[in-house]
Design a binder for this molecule. Structure first.
Ligand code: ATP
Ligand code: MG
Length: 269
């Protein structure tokens, strides 16, 4: 079966700094993938390449068989319509109410009437456990509520794919669990394919069908939680223990070949 998201031989450097080096990842329909890794290892850069917000130096991403890097504006827009992105720290519009935030894309990108948008916003807020919060201002929300409003906004256009960038960072353990359950509910109710970037091992083990670990720009493991847990790789075992001692914090080795720093050079099939 063709994967919904296929990241193929993807490399990305910023100047001399190699962030992603020959990354390969395939996500199947309905699958939930967690991507973990230290701060600054390129997790957000990976998501931005999937969305076509950044171009890789080499390699490509295909979404439902369409190569993101080959698309013109209209093609890219079509692909992005299939993807709901939940940004790191929610990234809501501060000047708008919850209802305006969640309904924003519906108003802008669909011919839906005001009444239809009101109904859809209500439906999305109910799915994330925030029924009746339409009128609240962004400034009146707690961190956990903001994340959930971000989720409601991401599912408004009924995407087939949801990307979550650190949905639980900065939240207490109970709210972290609540958010994990909301992600699982969305997965089961909507049947969506998800990639979740997270630092939280507990939620990764709860929500993921497979866990990938990024280290020095490479995916060093991508496997079901039970297998990940017993993977003897010293970096994985240190990450699981949360120990300061070990290879996890080591500097990456120097690049094997001179990196081409000209961006937008893309080798696609
Ligand atoms: N547009 C950019 N221009 C230059 N460097 C960038 C750009 N975007 C990201 N980087 C660099 O790429 C590296 C990876 O960044 P990224 O945001 O993907 O990290 P991350 O794994 O998401 O970290 P965190 O867990 O802290 O969010 C960092 O060193 C960052 O400074
Ligand atoms: Mg990040």
């Amino acid at each position: 079966m063709e994967p919904v998201i296929d990241v193929v031989n993807l490399s990305k450097a910023f100047g001399p700094k190699v962030v992603l080096s020959n990354v390969n990842l395939s996500v199947q329909e309905g699958e939930s993938l967690a991507v973990m890794g230290g701060s600054g290892t390129g997790k957000t850069v990976l998501l931005r390449n999937i969305m076509g917000l950044l171009n890789p130096d080499t390699g490509y991403v295909s979404v439902e068989g369409k190569v993101v890097q080959k698309q013109d504006r209209a093609g890219l827009f079509e692909i992005r319509q299939k993807i709901g992105m939940c940004f790191q720290m929610a990234a809501l519009f501060d000047s708008m109410s919850v209802e305006e935030n969640v309904g924003f894309a519906l108003k802008r990108h669909t011919p839906m009437t005001k009444a239809e948008i009101t109904d859809r916003v209500d439906e999305c807020l109910t799915m994330v456990g925030l029924k009746g919060c339409q009128r609240l201002r962004t400034s009146e929300l707690s961190g956990g509520m903001k994340r959930r409003v971000g989720f409601a906004r991401a599912i408004a256009l009924k995407p087939k794919i949801l990307l979550f960038d650190e949905p639980t960072t900065g939240l207490d353990p109970v709210m972290t669990d609540v958010i994990g359950r909301v992600i699982l509910d969305l997965k089961h109710e909507l049947g969506v394919t998800t990639i979740t970037i997270t630092h939280d091992l507990k939620s990764a083990f709860e929500i993921a069908d497979r866990i990938a670990l990024l280290f020095h720009g490479e995916i060093i493991a991508c496997q079901p939680p039970a297998e990940f847990k017993v993977n003897p790789h010293p970096v994985i075992q240190q990450f699981l223990r949360g120990d300061a001692e070990g290879p996890f914090l080591s500097d990456p080795p120097p690049p094997k070949r001179s990196m081409n720093t000209v961006s937008h050079q893309v080798s696609v099939p």
